[in-house]
Design a protein around this ligand. Structure first.
Ligand code: F3S
Length: 396
C-alpha cells in the first residue's frame, strides 16, 4: 500500500504504541483487500462491546489497548452492550456479568469513545451525510448508512472499526469505490409491503437468496425510514448485504438512473414472504414481547406509547432504544405511558446481546427478523414474528 509520510510515521511507532498497533491492523486489512492507499473517515461505529459476545478475551484486549494509550481521534460511537448500564438490576442481569460489562465501559471511556451504546447512531449524534466515508461495524447500521443515507462504509469488524477510530483512516476498497456500489441484482417486488415486518421479511429473503451483492429493488412504494431500517438489518443478518438501492427512494438511486438490464434478476411475491416467515418464526405463545432490533426510533416509541397509554399490559414488554432517543421520548411522556402500563424501556443493550437465558426469557414476540435469526443460536430463545402493531396487541 502507498502510505503518506504521516501514516509511515504512525506505522513506525513514532506516535506511540497504540496508534502503531491500529495502523498495522489497517495496513494488513488493506493488503488483504488490495487497497492502494488509506482514506480519512469521518466517524467510526464500534461493535463487539457486549461481554456476552466478546467474553474475557475481548475484555482483556480492550483494557490492554486502553492501557497502551489508545485514543479516538475522530467521532467514535458504540454498539449496544449486554445490559442497560443504569437499569441492569431491573432487567434481571446477574452481578458477575454486570461487573465485567462495566469494565468494558470503563475501557472505552478511557479511549475517548462516546458511550452511545446504540446500533442506530444515525438517530442521535452520529448521522453521516451523503458521500461521507466511514468505518462502521454493525451490519444494520452499515446497511442504513450506505443505502438510506448514501454514506460509504465497508462492513467492518469491531477491532478494525476501533483501529480506524484511533488513526482516523480506513483502507480504500470495497464500498468506498464507485464501481463496488453499482447494482449486481435487480429485484422486482410484486407485492405492496404493508408494515415493518413485511419489509424485514423482504430483507431477510434478499439476504438468503442473494447471499451478498448490491440489489436494486423496484416496485416498492414509499417506505418509511424505519421500514428501510428493518429491511437492511434483515438483509445483513441472513446474508452479507451492506448496500441496497430502491428505485426512486434511496439517494444514489435518485441521483443516478441505474440500468437493471443484464443483471441477475429476482422476483418476490407475497407467497415468498409467507414462506420465509414460516421458516424463522415460532408458532408458540410467549409471555414476553421484545421490541427494538434495531433500536427503536422516536416515532416507534410514540406508536407504542399511544397504544398502551392508560392500559395494563398482560404480557411483559421490554423495549430497546438509545439513551438519546429515550431522553427525547421521556420529555414527550412516551416512557411514562409505556412504563405505567407495565413495560420497561431499556437502553444501552438489546434482545440479542443481552443474556436472555439468565433473565429467564426462552422466547418472545418481536417484529425483528434479525432478532429471530440470532436469538436461537445466542440464547436458545425463540421468536414469534409479528408486525410492531401486532406485537403491541399481543402485549395487551
Ligand atoms: Fe441492534 Fe442488537 Fe439488533 S445491536 S440491530 S438491536 S442485534
Amino acid at each position: 500500500m502507498e502510505l503518506t509520510r504521516e501514516e509511515e510515521r504512525i506505522l513506525a511507532g513514532e506516535e506511540g504504541e497504540a496508534r502503531q498497533r491500529a495502523m498495522r491492523l489497517l495496513v494488513v486489512l488493506g493488503k488483504i483487500f488490495g487497497a492502494e492507499r488509506m482514506i480519512r473517515v469521518r466517524s467510526a461505529q464500534i461493535s463487539g462491546v457486549s461481554y456476552r459476545t466478546i467474553g474475557d478475551a475481548g475484555l482483556e484486549f480492550l483494557e490492554d489497548f486502553a492501557e497502551a494509550g489508545a485514543k479516538a481521534s475522530i467521532m467514535a460511537t458504540l454498539n449496544p452492550c449486554g445490559m442497560d448500564l443504569r437499569r441492569w438490576k431491573r432487567m434481571g442481569i446477574p452481578c458477575e456479568f454486570a461487573e465485567k460489562q462495566l469494565r468494558i465501559a470503563r475501557a472505552f471511556a478511557r479511549m475517548g469513545v462516546k458511550l452511545t451504546w446504540t446500533c442506530t447512531p444515525y438517530y442521535a449524534s452520529n448521522r453521516p451525510r451523503f458521500g461521507q466515508s466511514l468505518a462502521w461495524a454493525e451490519s444494520s447500521a452499515v446497511a442504513f448508512a450506505n443505502s438510506v443515507l448514501g454514506a460509504r462504509t465497508n462492513r467492518e469488524g469491531g477491532p478494525a472499526a476501533l483501529a480506524s477510530a484511533v488513526v482516523g483512516r480506513t483502507p480504500l476498497y470495497g464500498l468506498h469505490l464507485d464501481s463496488e456500489r453499482e447494482p449486481t441484482h435487480s429485484v422486482e417486488v410484486r407485492l405492496k409491503p404493508s408494515n415493518d415486518l413485511d419489509y424485514g421479511l423482504l430483507g431477510y429473503l434478499l439476504g438468503k437468496s442473494l447471499g451478498g451483492g448490491v440489489p436494486l429493488l423496484s416496485g416498492l412504494g414509499g417506505p418509511s425510514l424505519d421500514e428501510l431500517k428493518y429491511m437492511g438489518a434483515s438483509a445483513a443478518a441472513s446474508g452479507g448485504i451492506a448496500l441496497f438501492h430502491v428505485e426512486g427512494v434511496t439517494p444514489e438511486a435518485k441521483r443516478k438512473r441505474f440500468d437493471g438490464r443484464g443483471l441477475e434478476a429476482l422476483e418476490v411475491d407475497g407467497k415468498d414472504l409467507d414462506a420465509i416467515k414460516d421458516s424463522i418464526s415460532s408458532s408458540r405463545d410467549f409471555d414476553w414481547v421484545l421490541l427494538g432490533c434495531p433500536h427503536l426510533s422516536l416515532a416507534e416509541l410514540r406508536t407504542i406509547a399511544e397504544a398502551v397509554r392508560g392500559k395494563r399490559l398482560r404480557k411483559r414488554l421490554m423495549c430497546f432504544t438509545s439513551r438519546a432517543v429515550r431522553a427525547d421520548a421521556s420529555k414527550r411522556g412516551y416512557i411514562r405511558a409505556i412504563e405505567r402500563a407495565g413495560g420497561l424501556v431499556a437502553c444501552d443493550t438489546c434482545m440479542v446481546v443481552s443474556p436472555l437465558e439468565a433473565m429467564g426469557i426462552d422466547g418472545a414476540y418481536t417484529n425483528s427478523c434479525k432478532a429471530a435469526h440470532y436469538m436461537p443460536s445466542l440464547s436458545g430463545a425463540e421468536a414469534a414474528l409479528r408486525s410492531l402493531r401486532d406485537c403491541i396487541h399481543a402485549a395487551l
